[in-house]
Write a protein that binds this ligand. Structure first.
Ligand SMILES: [Zn+2]
Length: 186
């Protein structure tokens, strides 16, 4: 059941045919992990928090730079030089304090990826490099977790969902091996 405050807050979802009360409760009971708090992770995590996801994880090892602010809308001028998970946490908490926010400062690697991914229902990849993309894709696939992978380059963007439960192709069906370093842009 949704309380009165939730009914008010998510009024537009509740009146949206195909989403409604059932969709809102399912979203509140769900969790997602966003890999990267940059140009893709910013809008993804802001919208997930605004929409009322129950639990949101964020993993990032970077600090905020002035040149990030043109697109990485989680961060602001006061965050320059500080960890991105710090400004992300402040922004997302002030946006929706009902969301259980879990920040994971540090780099995702082969030693921590499985334990981290296991804690979430769905993985969002907003990373900016191929080694991380393949690590994320392989780990999500092995764990049977749906992966929402976003990528941009200049004026083009791609958004793909890989869901083992739907017997969809995996990331490696599309790109079997990481490109050699330096041959393609991040
Ligand atoms: Zn495959």
């Amino acid at each position: 059941m949704l309380n009165d405050r939730e009914k008010e807050r998510y009024k537009r979802h509740l009146s949206l045919s195909g989403f409604g009360n059932e969709g809102q409760v399912a979203l509140r009971d769900a969790s997602a992990l966003c890999v990267g708090a940059g140009g893709l992770g910013s809008p993804a995590s802001l919208y997930l928090a605004a929409a009322g996801i129950g639990r949101l994880g964020l993993v990032d090892d970077d600090t905020v730079d002035l040149s990030n602010l043109q697109r990485q809308i989680l961060h602001d001028e006061g965050s320059i030089g500080k960890p991105k998970v710090h400004s992300a946490s402040n922004r997302l908490t002030s946006l929706n304090s009902d969301v259980r926010l879990e920040v994971h400062p540090g780099r995702l690697d082969r030693n921590n990826v499985m334990a981290l991914f296991r804690q979430y229902d769905l993985i969002v990849d907003g990373s900016d490099n191929f080694p991380t993309r393949f690590l994320v894709a392989d780990a999500a696939w092995l764990l049977g977790k749906p992966l929402v992978a976003g990528a941009i380059h200049q004026f083009e963007g791609q958004l793909t969902v890989f869901d083992p439960a739907l017997r969809s192709p995996c990331y490696r069906c599309l790109l079997p091996e990481p490109p050699p370093p330096g041959t393609v842009p991040t």
